[in-house]
Design a protein around this ligand. Sequence first.
Ligand code: SF4
Length: 76
Amino acid sequence: MTCPYLEYREGIEGTPTERAYCAAVDEFVQPMRADVCNDRYDLSHTSDCEFYREAEGLEAGESADDATGPSSEEAD
Ligand code: SF4
């Protein structure tokens, strides 16, 4: 699954290619991080990207599934 914050936008004006853009931090994504954004290899945006985790309000060791599960509603 691809990160929901990943977008593709035109980079430098006049160039035909689009670049990966992170809507969580409003910046273009560095090429090496794009593997995380696209969950390539054994990488996962939910566990390997600090920008995603911060945007989702996740703490270290907490997965996105944990945050939306029934136990998170009982945490109050
Ligand atoms: S940098 Fe992180 S939050 Fe932004 S698109 Fe990539 S995985 Fe998602």
